[in-house]
Write a protein that binds this ligand. Structure first.
Ligand SMILES: [Zn+2]
Length: 91
């Protein structure tokens, strides 16, 4: 008899090939998931910032009153972004 290669899904302890593919598919999806940008105040790191109407590129922090164009942009995962939105809603 020739060598029979044990399938990866068995080696990795999955119940079926289907479960294996599902798990692998999920992982791949997570890796390529989008990133979101959160704006932060450079003075106090608050995310409670907004654009100043009528002034292009101008930002204002609602917590410390900072006003300027040099806002911090932080790249976060979708999960972190949802957490951030959740926090914003609770304010
Ligand atoms: Zn601030």
């Amino acid at each position: 008899m020739g060598k029979v290669k044990t399938p990866d899904w068995i080696l990795e302890g999955f119940d079926s090939l289907e479960a294996y593919n599902k798990a692998k598919g999920k992982k791949a999806e997570k890796k390529s998931s989008k990133t979101f940008k959160i704006k932060k105040c450079p003075a106090c790191a608050s995310t409670n910032v907004g654009v100043v109407l009528g002034e292009v590129g101008m930002w204002r922090c609602n917590d410390c009153g900072f006003k300027g164009t040099e806002i911090i942009e932080e790249e976060v995962s979708e999960e972190e972004f949802l957490n951030y939105l959740d926090k914003q809603e609770k304010k």
